[in-house]
Design a protein around this ligand. Structure first.
Ligand code: SF4
Length: 338
């Protein structure tokens, strides 16, 4: 079956204007697939500058890859036309970090919900439009009478973000890109929003790409994870394996820096000391070499391939060079869908 979404060896390089030769590789040879008949929640995790937001922008068609292809239902998204383009715009929705930014402060929140219904002609009359709005609000745990008719400033950040999710749901998307959706929401409301996302996946069969720097929320919401560092995949696999048994030194650093009460392990066991970047060979080898306490000579000579360190886990690190290599195009084979 044709995948719903496919990244084929996607690289994105930013240059600083026509005359400058300075270039930054924001995403480096990333391949992944979301199957059409297996709705899943995949986390893309990393620090600032890891390439995770670039991946979201590419996926939504806001920017084009420098190399490689992004296919939606088998069609290159940079070449979509007519009905296929309209369907892509409707079926791939996004929820962004700031729950306030998408609202117009001069309109009640009803406006945000009725615009997509009109734009995509989703209802035949006002009664049907209202029924759809009620259904979407209920699906994210909001009571229509609590929020409709109110202005954005009269609602909490958590309510606003759930209205954003409801807005996406109105369009019956197949894929939702959630870019740091709870990072600006009070901690007490995060669980409710994350549960709304899980509900969309379970009840409505929507696949979700959950983009975050926060592994705690990723653990609660996702089935699988890809950890990026400076645009490259460092580790990938089932969320349980990667969070509980991280193998790549970078993932261990990320996880070790979070005091996480839900995980049954001691923190601070792994001593990773950031090293100054060394001049010269770093770009030709492992991108993490300047920070890695295990760096060897060969780490600086060529980038490590992905090694399969468990049935549902792969790490790009020479510490595992006795394990079988996973071709980057086949990364999805280590990502469980449920
Ligand atoms: Fe460290 Fe080498 Fe593994 Fe890179 S490949 S993470 S430098 S041990």
């Amino acid at each position: 079956m044709t995948p719903l979404l496919e990244f084929r060896n996607v690289t994105k390089i930013y240059t600083k204007g026509l005359l400058s030769r300075a270039a930054t590789t924001a995403l480096d040879d990333v391949s992944l697939k979301i199957e059409d008949d297996q709705p899943t929640i995949l986390t893309i995790a990393g620090e600032s500058g890891s390439g995770k937001t670039t991946l979201a922008m590419l996926l939504l068609g806001f920017i084009a890859p420098t190399h490689g292809q992004i296919l939606y239902k088998g069609n290159d998204i940079t070449r979509l036309q007519g009905e296929a383009k309209t369907n892509f715009r409707r079926e791939v929705q996004a929820v962004f970090q700031d729950p306030f930014a998408v609202f117009n402060p001069f309109y009640p929140v009803d406006h945000l919900l009725s615009v997509p219904i009109e734009k995509f002609k989703l209802a035949r009359n006002r009664r049907e439009a209202r029924d759809k709005i009620d259904e979407a609000l209920n699906a994210v745990g909001l009571r229509p009478e609590d929020v409709l008719g109110r202005f954005p400033h009269q609602l909490s950040g958590g309510q606003r973000q759930r209205i954003n999710v409801a807005r996406a749901l109105l369009l019956k998307p197949r894929l939702l890109v959630a870019d740091e959706p709870v990072s600006m929401v009070d901690a007490s409301l995060r669980a409710t929003i994350l549960e709304s996302l899980r509900n969309l996946n379970r009840e409505y069969g929507i696949s979700i790409i959950y983009i975050t720097h926060d592994l705690t929320t990723a653990y609660h919401v996702a089935h699988s994870i890809i950890v990026l560092y400076r645009g490259s995949v460092m580790e990938a696999g089932s969320i349980d394996r990667v969070i509980r048994e991280p193998q790549h030194p970078y993932t261990r650093l990320l996880i070790d820096s979070i005091p996480w009460p839900d995980i049954n392990r001691k923190w601070g066991q792994t001593e990773i000391v950031a090293r100054e970047q060394e001049h010269g060979s770093i770009e030709t080898g492992c991108k993490f070499a300047s920070r890695c306490p295990f760096a060897m000579d060969k780490c600086r000579q060529a980038p490590p391939p992905l090694y399969r360190v468990a049935p549902e886990q792969a790490a790009s690190c020479y510490l595992y060079d006795a394990q079988p290599v996973v071709a980057r195009e086949r990364l999805s084979e280590v990502l469980p869908v449920s």
